[in-house]
Write a protein that binds this ligand. Structure first.
Ligand SMILES: [Cu+2]
Length: 186
């Protein structure tokens, strides 16, 4: 469903790029559009950018959520089809680590900790990870799914953080442009 607008954007960006600086290659990006699940009205987007250092930056924006902390993870299957988003499987954990905070030495590749939602129902989060890539490989985010949970991740209960129901889900797709952050979400 997202393919046509993304492809169109890619084409116009390529045309613009041809006229501008042909030598500066954009960083690889991927995008997940968060859709409401489990009867919630949560929406949002997550932009992944693989930086020249090899680390991947994760920038999330969430709307229409309840105030407070909510568990936020990359799950292993890019499948949000189930009404409760259980189709996305468990946390992405190619490293075979225990569940923990992203700051801890050992944690799941997909552990993003919590995202804090304000009184206006909105929240943002930015972090970088050296356990994820946008480009193909064993740690690639492409083809996985971002899950926004009902409850706070306690960062210790195995393997889920006891974060409760899945209130938002978005499949991660690679974007052809390097400009995923410019894509607007209604
Ligand atoms: Cu999760």
């Amino acid at each position: 469903m997202q393919r046509f607008p993304l492809a169109a954007l890619g084409l116009s960006a390529a045309l613009l790029g041809a006229g501008a600086c042909a030598s500066s290659k954009p960083d690889p990006t991927a995008l997940a559009i968060i859709e409401p699940k489990s009867g919630s009205s949560v929406s949002g987007k997550v932009v992944f950018t693989q930086l020249p250092s090899g680390e991947t930056r994760i920038e999330a924006t969430i709307q229409n959520a309840t105030p407070g902390k909510h568990g936020f993870h990359l799950h292993e299957k890019g499948d949000c089809s189930a009404a409760d988003a259980t189709s996305a499987g468990g946390h992405f954990n190619a490293a075979g680590n225990p569940h923990a905070a992203p700051e801890d030495a050992k944690h799941h590749n997909g552990d993003f900790g919590n995202i804090e939602i304000g009184a206006d129902g909105k929240g943002t989060m930015t972090m970088t990870s050296n356990m994820l890539t946008v480009l193909p490989g064993p740690n690639s985010v492409v083809g996985k799914a971002v899950i926004f949970h009902d409850k706070e991740d306690d960062l210790k209960t195995q393997p889920t953080g006891n974060a409760g129901a899945r209130f938002g889900c978005g499949v991660v797709n690679e974007t052809p442009t390097g400009n995923a952050s410019q894509i607007k979400v209604r």
